[in-house]
Design a protein around this ligand. Sequence first.
Ligand SMILES: [Zn+2]
Length: 316
Amino acid sequence: MVFKRFEFVSLCILGFVLSCQVTSHNVKPYISDKTSATLPTSIKPNKYVEFQVVKVADWEASLDGLLDLDDPKAKAVGLKDRAEPISIYFYLVKHPKFGTYMIDSGMGKNFPKGEDGKSLVSSIVESQMHFDKLKVYESTKTYLQNNQIDIKGIFFTHLHLDHTLGAYEIDRAVPFYVGPGEVTDKQFINLFVQGSTDRLLGKNPNLVQFGFGKNTKEISVFDFFGDQSFFVISVPGHTPGSLAFYIPAKGGAHLVLGDTCHTQWGWKEGVIPGKFTSDPKLNRKSLDFLKEVAETHEIQFVYPGHQDRISTPLKK
Ligand SMILES: [Zn+2]
C-alpha cells in the first residue's frame, strides 16, 4: 500500500517535471484591465465589422473526443464512439478603421509539408490525425493573396494543432493573439505536441498572450477595438486560454464558439467535448456562459468549432 502511494507520488512528480508549454516560442503579454465578467446586455456599436467564415477543409475525428459520451444526454440517445465528419474554418473580421483580422489560421499550401519539404508534424502526431481523410479546399496564403487581404492580426481560438495549420505562412510581423495562460500554462500532453506546434507557428512568431485580470480561470469579456464592434471572450476549459467571440451585426450577432463546443449536436444539447478537452469542469462553465449569452442577446448564427453554423431564431 505504502509502495503504491510512493508510485503514485512519483508519477505525479514525473508528470510535473515533464510538463511543458504548448510552444517553446517567446510570448509577449497584452495586459488589459478593461475587461468585464459579462457581455453588456445592450450593445449598439457605431460601426459594424464585416464578418465572414471560410471553410478550409473537411476531415473526420473521433466522436469521443468531440463529445462527452458519458453525458446523460449522449447516453440517452445511445451515442457511441465513431468517426464524425468535421470541418476546419477560419474567420475574417474586417473593421472599417483598423483593418482585417483573422480568427484561427486555416491551412498551409502543402500541409503537412513545410516550405523545406519536411513534415511539419511529428510522426506520433501524424499517426493520430488521419491525414488520409483530409480534403483541403483553401490554403491560407493563396486565399489572402487572391482576395488582396492584408492581415493585421490573428486571434487563435486556442493552439491545438488543427487551428494552427496555416500560421507558418503568415508574415512574421502579424501579431498572433492567444487567450490567458494559453502559452504559459504547462501540461503533460504538451510534451508530445510542442515540436509540431513550434513548427506550425513558424520561426519567431509574434505571439501575444492576453492577460485579463488575475485569475486565468475566470471567464472575461474584452471589447478589443473599444467601440463594441468585436468582443473577445476568455472561456477557459477546453484549453487554458480558449477564446470565443461575439460579433455584433445588423441582423443579429455572430457567436463563434471555438472548441468550447465542436459540434452542432453538442451546442443544441449543451454537451461539452470529450477527450479533446483538458478541464471538463471549466469547459462546462464556459459552455453554460456562452449558452446564457445566446439566450440573452439577439444572435443570428452560432459557429461550433468544427461543424457548420447554426441559424438561431431572433427573439423579437
Ligand atoms: Zn479544433
